[in-house]
Design a protein around this ligand. Structure first.
Ligand code: PEP
Ligand code: MN
Length: 346
């Protein structure tokens, strides 16, 4: 439920609305806007008596959000969310951001080589998992804490920001100490205790679509994070399970305009997990950007044939160079800009 204040309503009117909502046992989220302030009522269980709010001074109208997700919807917040990152980088504005790197951190040499390669090609964020959710317990599980240390070193060396995955609440604290963006992977999209913990964090969260999650379910999972107070969520389309085994997943590019219509949150695309084959990554990266993705998450490995995870979908550095050149052309053709490396900005 949204309480829309009149243009020119006084601060004391807004305070009164907030106090009334809290007195009714709900949380209030005041949102000052260019034209007028709105106050969101969080936690509506269907028993809110809106007449108490309608009668308060300065209240213009009460809007009911019709979608099952509330704070992530465009009804709640019409302007697109721009997530701010260290060094002036943003996601969700005009800039299109490229996050690239290996699936997993494997060794110092591997992650530093990967970081330099993606930086030299123009990426601004290094991706790589220290904690890996693998289908088999016998597959490489990631270097854990040691991997996080290597990511911190790679950031020091290259100036790239870091996105890396947290798989559980304990791991989240470790990841938060290093990451600039915390990834919640497809397998954990509905790990509600992890989502709640991420909602109490003060860093942006990259939330990947679950293996067979609907867009409504993706948005409801994002709602968990916003409901706990963290507004900085970046959604990620990474493909859903299909019936055709030609590709690893069915890369749902239509999710990008659908999400942009339903939600103010940014959405990036992951053509690596979306297709599972390196030869398909460049065309689908181009298509995703053309479809309006706010960024790309791409797997790149210095020696993909020796990768400990997801080698078949990892680009060779030369291929990533090409991806960046072609992506830049499309980004500019649709009136956006490719995000500049942190050091290059004034
Ligand atoms: C990854 O980004 O390497 C990953 C594990 O992705 P997903 O959760 O989308 O499978
Ligand atoms: Mn991977």
């Amino acid at each position: 439920m949204l309480i829309v204040m009149r243009h020119g309503a006084l601060q004391q009117d807004v305070d009164r609305v907030v106090a009334t909502i809290e007195d009714m046992g709900y949380q209030a989220r005041p949102m000052p806007g260019k034209q007028r302030t709105t106050v969101g009522l969080v936690g509506n269980d269907g028993r809110v008596d809106s007449s108490r709010l309608e009668a308060l001074p300065g209240v213009q109208e009460i809007l009911h959000v019709t979608k099952p997700y509330k704070q992530v919807s465009r009804e709640w917040k019409p302007e697109s969310t721009v997530v701010r990152l260290p060094g002036g980088l943003t996601i969700g504005g005009d800039d299109v951001i490229v996050m690239a790197g290996p699936c997993s951190v494997e060794s110092e040499r591997q992650i530093l080589d990967a970081a330099r390669a993606v930086r030299d090609a123009g990426a601004t964020v290094l991706r790589a998992g220290a904690f890996k959710p693998r289908s088999s317990p016998y597959s490489f599980q990631g270097l854990g804490r040691a991997g996080l240390k290597l990511l911190a070193r790679a950031r020091e060396e290259t100036g790239l920001l870091i996105v890396t995955e947290a798989m559980d609440a304990e791991g989240l604290d470790l990841v938060l100490a290093v990451a600039d963006i915390v990834q919640i992977g497809a397998r954990n999209m509905q790990n509600y205790s992890l989502l709640k913990h991420a909602g109490r964090a003060r860093k942006p969260i990259l939330l990947k679509r679950g293996l067979s999650a609907t867009i409504t379910e993706l948005l409801l999972s994002a709602e968990y994070i916003l409901a706990e107070g963290n507004p900085d969520v970046i959604l990620c389309e990474r493909g859903v399970r299909g019936f055709d085994t030609t590709t690893r997943n069915l890369f749902d590019l239509s999710a990008i305009p659908v999400v942009h219509g339903l939600s103010h949150l940014p959405i990036v695309a992951d053509p690596s997990h979306g297709t599972g084959h390196r030869d398909m990554v460049i065309p689908m990266a181009r298509a995703a950007v053309a479809a309006g993705a706010d960024g790309l998450l791409v797997e790149v490995h210095p020696t993909p044939d020796r990768a400990l995870s997801d080698g078949a979908q990892s680009l060779y550095p030369e291929q990533f160079d090409r991806l960046m050149r072609e992506t830049r052309i499309i980004v500019e053709a649709i009136g956006r800009r490719l995000a500049e490396p942190v050091g290059a900005r004034a």
